[in-house]
Design a binder for this molecule. Structure first.
Ligand code: WT7
Length: 636
């Protein structure tokens, strides 16, 4: 009988685990790690370096994460559902894989990768729809020790090319096309365009999904179904070192270029499993559904790795919340008997604006636990979710974490910890949050607000930024030496519960997706009309934050020409980044508020975007205070 993973059941258990994890982290995590399948045990649990950012967990251990996700469940859960796939169109066929079947599919895909020359350590870029083959392909990479880099299938060709080139990926996995609600998108065509500037790619493997005709480049492109025809249904798992790279996931920072966040094998595995089982309190026969796309970290950790490591049944949904109508989420919950549901505030807020009947016409009896992730959930959305979806009987947990943290850091444990609307709550065992002031001094006690930092390493933490460790060191470990800096501001209330306020850097969070203002500005500046631009976020009812772009054009733009110029600017953004980064508002200006040293005063632009023009603060240091009046007059 395999060893049981310890599970927190009561608030006392939680407090005890948190205390033990802080007093003796090595002993604590050794205990948590023990029940996994290891080819060889570690020689040291933790080698910590919060100054240089060289942190290692379970060094010396050998393992493969897919043996832990799949093989070890075969004796006890072989016939249990591992993956349930709900298609975009509710009238088409769902797909279900047991652990045994998923294991077989992963082995076959892994063999196809091997036959196509993929070796341990190679980077494989996945640009795919939310179909079972995406989950299978991710695990197939991990099975053979290839590093997966999933790029959300809404990014543009230019964005793919940047990511492929940064990772020097040799293979790209894609599909003919994808469904997104009523639309179909020719995914392979986007990849073809991207690869015109990606010399490192020598093979493209295409999964057939829509049955659309695509161009296949002789010598480079192959169909998955052709390659899989005669492959073996077994594939030995590659033996990986604890600190071997598992995946790269690109995310935006405050500079122009997205960075490749690197996670490694053993620490991420232990963290994904531990946080999943304790936060969601999933039971053996539960159906668990996380609505995130695998293209984001939530999809990695809480759609795939966490649930599969824990032996849960995880649901993957191809579609969108509003297709064929705004009751789709609730229809899927009733159809599959979903017990634990994890989604984003932006989805809740967009569904809240539709008639209440969309949710009231479903029973939602199966639901036991509700989760939220990606951005602060406002009280109104929290209460709507709690009342109309959870019928007042399901705890709503607000889980705070980041691509860089690998898994949930601050959250109530469902049904275990006290819950306060719009508060993430308390740190998980192993997490030591602090609030810092401007000078980096820790704020003691409760009822304080400051920069959120983490004081001790945890197993799922970022290891480096791909190809550029110095960037990781500076961004995360160099701001307040000795701490991991999150980039978020937070408040610790009088009960010691954390409430996340939002980013304190030049990152904006649009519908739970991160963009650097500099990244959008770089894209804007590619437009022929644009000579300079400044982007800020502003509060948006549905998206959390909207994108407000101030642009200076190369010549005066007449009133009648504005619509055309704006359309051209939007087209550029869509081509450079993707539709998800489309500015909500574009204001053409003749100048930007700058200091004498040439620095744009974003504070002023943010106030204008927020509509708070009566109190702009000190503008006397501006080079030309006159531009501010013009900007206020032209406000959108
Ligand atoms: C940023 C990380 C976590 C996976 C999805 C997003 C914000 C995330 C919460 C929350 C308030 C949140 C933070 C964080 N954020 N969860 N529960 N409450 N803010 O991952 O793209 O890496 O973004 O999202 O600002 O820094 P990400």
């Amino acid at each position: 009988m395999p060893l049981q993973h310890p599970r927190i059941h009561t608030f006392d258990d939680y407090q005890d685990a948190w205390r033990r994890s802080a007093e003796n982290p090595e002993q604590f995590w050794a205990g948590v790690a023990e029940p996994f399948t290891w080819r060889r045990k570690w020689t040291s649990v933790l080698k910590a370096d919060l100054v240089g950012g060289h942190n290692e967990w379970f060094s010396g251990a050998k393992l493969n994460i897919t043996e832990n996700c799949l093989d070890r469940h075969l004796t006890t859960r072989g016939n249990k559902l591992a993956l349930i796939w709900e298609p975009n169109d509710p009238k088409t066929r769902q797909i279900r894989y047991t652990y045994r079947e998923l294991h077989q599919q992963v082995c076959m895909f892994a063999n196809v990768l091997l036959n196509n020359g993929v070796e341990k350590g190679d980077r494989v870029c996945l640009y795919m729809p939310m179909i079972p083959q995406l989950a299978i392909a991710v695990l197939a990479c991990a099975r053979i020790g290839a590093v997966h880099s999933v790029v959300f299938a809404g990014f543009s060709a230019t964005a793919i090319a940047d990511r492929v080139n940064d990772a020097q990926a040799s293979v790209v996995l894609t599909s003919d096309g994808l469904n997104r609600g009523p639309k179909q998108i020719p995914v392979k065509r986007v990849v073809d365009e991207a690869l015109e500037s990606c010399p490192s790619v020598r093979r493209v493997i295409v999964v057939e999904h829509l049955g659309w005709p695509v161009q296949m480049l002789e010598g480079r492109d192959v169909w998955y179904h052709d390659e899989a025809r005669d492959v073996s249904k077994t594939c030995p798992a590659e033996e990986m070192d604890a600190e071997d790279m598992l995946f790269i996931l690109y995310t935006s920072g405050s500079t122009g270029k997205p960075k490749g966040v690197v996670h490694t094998t053993a620490g991420y595995m232990v963290w994904a499993d531990y946080t999943f089982r304790n936060v969601f309190q999933v039971r053996e026969n539960d159906i668990y559904w996380c609505t995130a796309d695998v293209g984001w970290v939530t999809g990695h950790t809480y759609l795939l790795y966490g649930p599969l490591l824990s032996g849960a049944s995880t649901l993957m949904f191809e579609g969108i919340p509003t297709y064929p109508d705004a009751g789709r989420f609730w229809e899927v919950i009733d159809k599959h008997g979903v017990n634990v549901f994890y989604t984003a505030p932006t989805a809740i807020r967009s569904l809240m604006t539709t008639p209440l009947d969309n949710v009231l016409s479903y029973s939602l009896d199966s639901l036991r636990i509700l989760g939220s992730v990606g951005e602060p959930i406002n009280e109104e959305a929290w209460h709507w979710y709690h009342t109309h979806v959870g019928k007042g009987r399901c705890p709503v947990i607000d889980t705070w974490w980041q691509t860089e943290t690998g898994g949930i850091m601050i959250s109530a444990l469902a049904g275990v910890s006290p819950i306060k609307p719009a508060h993430a709550g308390q740190p998980l065992p192993g997490v030591q949050p602090v609030l810092l002031d401007q000078e980096g001094r820790e704020l003691e006690g409760n009822d304080v607000e400051g920069y959120l930092a983490i004081k001790a390493p945890w197993p799922g933490m970022i290891r480096t930024t791909y190809g550029d460790h110095e960037r990781a060191r500076q961004t995360y470990f160099g701001v307040y030496p000795g701490y991991y800096f999150t980039g978020d501001g937070a408040r610790r209330d009088h009960d010691g519960l954390y409430r996340i306020i939002g980013r304190v850097d030049d990152v904006i969070n649009v519908s739970g997706h991160r963009f650097g203002t500099a990244e959008i500005e770089n894209a804007l500046n590619e437009n022929d009309y644009v000579v300079e631009s400044a982007v800020v976020g502003y509060p948006h009812d549905v998206k959390g934050q909207g994108i407000y772009a101030f642009v200076i054009c190369n010549k005066p733009v007449a009133e009648g020409e504005k619509a055309r110029v704006e359309a051209s600017i939007i087209e550029t953004i869509v081509a450079q980044i993707g539709k998800i980064a489309k500015p909500d508002k574009i204001q053409i200006v003749s100048g930007l508020p700058k200091t004498r040293s040439g620095k744009i005063m974003r504070r002023i632009l943010r106030k204008v975007a927020e509509g708070e023009t009566s109190n702009l603060g000190d503008t006397t240091t501006l080079l030309d205070p006159g531009v501010v009046d013009e900007i206020i007059r032209g406000r959108k």
